[in-house]
Design a protein around this ligand. Structure first.
Ligand code: BDP
Length: 695
């Protein structure tokens, strides 16, 4: 058990469950012919055999005890649903329904497209894998977002920016063709099983080389493998490509030659990849070139690329991750730069906005662009790779963080204008709604570095399909599919998962603190970090502003006024330190160490208790895990056990480092009832993190 099979393991179910399924299901009727349909049927047969020990007979006709895979247009099944139902499932959804046949029944999976059948098939497999009853099925499903993407930050030399699961599966992969091909097929299966339908194969810090013929052909090869799984490829592009690759004098988006160049490139790409998804662009951000280099705007740049893709049906995902060192508050900049252009973007442009206004921190408020940009579609960008949450060493189930963002009410159109509704097309009309997450996938045998990081890939896909799914249910499904159906295991592990993100917040950055991580590599605590000549807004002190008078970033009306970017009543709620939620207090306020918290404790004490609580949680995770010894395979058990040790060690490192450092300002004691730190600040300051162990 090396974790390579992800959640698609198809291990034999307990005898009573398996025999139940065998009694209900006997044949697989496939009405139609296509590569995708074959994939669906093969997957179902493989799953059924593995789970029950019994193979399904296949047939082109259905009867009692069949599973039927059929396009809805097939006449023999059309009596089993209404036109309205069909319309409601759209291009990617499906009907999964028990229908009467003869004296018994059958299970029908019907859809308007092959893709819908594939998704319905994976849903049925999930029900079987998790031991659910399948005798009275009634599901009418369609995805909330149209484009559900992974973003790989993979460089063409095979390294992965912020990757902690080995090198790239896409680039510079020296294994033999068969191994690589199988890896891609498995990647596609995994994505299809959770509903992900697009993938960006290269880093947002894009090399212009991706637009050479050589690389376009490589994209096309991957696209051919992924296509039958309804997975489109997308490309990150570098705005100065025309200059770098073909020596054009400029990359000015209004220049005729430049416009022609991009149009030709788009035509070339679509010549080889007819269903190519489109471009992802990081422009005028962290040193990347962009339209502003030529006195043009984000809208000029995005619209020029959008025009090149438009005839082929492609989209431009233009990132709003922009900030410059000159501004007083990095958290305000995306809003300031993008709001003036709301409504000026072409209809195939989507603005890709990180979930929070700074940068994928363990906790941030939602980006104020959500709800505010009402004339231009905005898509959420989450990060699955744990750049700021302990790399692939810490167990952190990220779905609660994503849910927190989805459910945040922006008040953009009054109450109930959640981030989810402002991005999924239900509140603001858009040609296509979209969502993306930075992938945590690499060449590691178990794909994600940490066995539990697989859950983040899994849950992200499921939430992109339906952001209303319950988090503990998702965790439960994943645990059952990945490990076992044994209830004692499931209960403990789901509990660990559900608590894990908050634990990380507590031992790293509680009460709204953020960006205390080590310089550049972002691993471990370095709240003291000073780098001569460095950009101020890359240093922890810019964010925590700790001094003898207190701690926190004043973003209220007495400070940077970032609160003004939120709608009422949030603006007022955040602005007032009495009403600002504790978990965002130091995000929005700078407060004295003896500030009285709602709990009655001083701010300093509260901070101490949060850091300690975080560490206690990691110890609890170890305890709970150790109690499960013997229930699952030893390989994965030992792997997780080892990772939990690292997590606890590092949680203590975080706690001691932050508290001992902040104590130099607060000059207050760590409450006596808490155990004593085990490190000295000087000793902690000497730790130099070596990235080479992590890639
Ligand atoms: C930051 C990462 C950096 C990325 C950047 C981005 O540290 O490596 O290039 O985000 O999203 O979090 O573009």
């Amino acid at each position: 058990e090396d974790g390579s099979e992800l959640w698609l393991r198809y291990e034999k179910l307990p005898e009573n469950v398996a025999s139940n399924y065998q009694n209900q299901i006997e044949t697989l009727a496939i009405l139609g012919q296509s590569q995708t349909l074959n994939i669906a049927s093969d997957e179902l047969q493989q799953a059924f055999l593995g789970l029950t020990g019994c193979s399904l007979k296949t047939d082109s006709k259905f009867g009692e005890r069949s599973i039927i895979l059929s396009l809805a247009s097939n006449k023999s099944v059309s009596q089993f649903f209404t036109k309205d139902e069909l319309r409601s499932v759209g291009d990617e959804g499906y009907l999964l329904r028990t229908i009467p046949v003869g004296k018994g029944s059958a299970i029908l999976i019907a859809a308007n497209t092959d893709a819908g059948i594939l998704y319905g098939t994976f849903e049925l497999i999930r029900l079987l894998q998790t031991g659910q009853p399948v005798y009275a099925l009634e599901k009418i499903e369609s995805p909330k977002y149209d484009l559900r993407l992974l973003n790989h930050w993979d460089n063409l030399d095979g390294t992965v920016e912020r990757g902690y699961a080995g090198h790239s599966i896409w680039w510079n992969y020296p294994k033999n063709d068969e191994v690589v091909l199988q890896r891609y097929v498995d990647y596609a299966r995994a994505n299809a099983s959770v509903g992900i339908n697009g993938t960006v194969l290269n880093n947002v810090n894009a090399s212009p080389q991706v637009l050479t013929d050589e690389y376009i052909r490589k994209f096309a090869k991957v696209a051919d493998v992924l296509r039958p799984y309804h997975l489109k490829v997308y490309m990150s592009v570098n705005f100065s490509s025309p200059v770098v690759l073909d020596g054009l004098a400029t990359a000015d988006p209004l220049n005729e030659e430049v416009i022609k160049w991009w149009k030709q490139k788009a035509d070339d790409i679509y010549g080889l990849i007819p269903d190519f998804g489109g471009f992802l662009v990081k422009a005028n951000s962290e040193g990347q070139p962009g339209p502003q280099d030529f006195g043009r705007t984000h809208a000029d740049g995005a619209n020029m690329l959008a025009a090149a893709l438009k005839p082929h049906g492609g989209v431009v995902m233009w990132r709003a991750f922009v900030y410059s060192p000159s501004d007083t508050d990095r958290a305000k900049q995306a809003y300031n730069e993008f709001m003036p252009f709301d409504g000026q973007f072409a209809d195939n442009v989507i603005i890709q906005v990180k979930n929070g206004p700074v940068d994928f921190q363990p906790r941030e408020p939602f980006s104020p662009l959500f709800g505010a940009m009402q004339q231009t579609p905005a898509m959420i960008e989450f990060q699955l790779t744990q750049e700021y949450l302990g790399f692939s060493n810490h167990l952190a189930y990220l779905a609660p963080m994503q849910k927190e963002c989805f459910e945040s009410d922006t008040w953009g159109k009054g109450k109930e204008s959640t981030v989810a509704k402002t991005t999924d097309g239900s509140l603001f009309a858009s040609e296509k709604s979209a969502i993306a997450a930075v992938a945590n996938i690499g060449r590691d045998t178990n794909w994600c570095g940490h066995q539990f990081a697989q859950a983040n890939w899994y849950a992200y896909g499921r939430l992109a399909w339906n952001h209303e799914l319950a988090l503990d249910e998702l965790a439960r499904e994943w645990v059952r599919m990945t490990f076992t159906l044994k209830p004692e295991f499931e209960q403990s592990v789901v509990d660990i998962m559900m608590r894990s993100r908050e634990a990380v917040v507590n031992y790293m950055t509680p009460l709204g603190l953020h960006h205390l991580m080590g310089w550049s590599h972002h691993h471990g605590p370095e709240p003291w970090c000073e780098v001569p000549g460095a950009r101020e807004d890359w240093l922890p002190s810019y964010f925590h502003k700790a001094s003898e008078d207190g701690i926190g970033f004043d973003r209220s009306e007495t400070g940077s006024k970032a609160t003004e970017q939120y709608f009422s009543p949030l603006k007022e709620l955040y602005n007032n330190k009495q009403t600002c939620p504790d978990e965002l207090l130091l995000w929005f306020h700078h407060l004295p160490w003896d500030y009285r918290m709602k709990s009655g404790k001083t701010l300093w004490e509260e901070l101490c208790y949060h850091y300690y609580a975080g560490v206690e949680e990691t110890r609890l995770f170890q305890q709970k895990w150790d109690a499960l010894d013997g229930i699952i395979d030893t390989e994965r058990f030992a792997h997780v056990q080892q990772k939990l040790k690292i997590q606890t060690t590092e949680a203590i490192w975080w706690r001691d480092a932050c508290l001992l450092y902040f104590q130099t300002f607060s000059k207050m004691p760590i409450p006596l009832e808490l155990e004593r730190p085990i490190h000295d600040l000087d000793e902690l300051k000497k730790i130099k993190f070596d990235m080479t162990h992590h890639n």
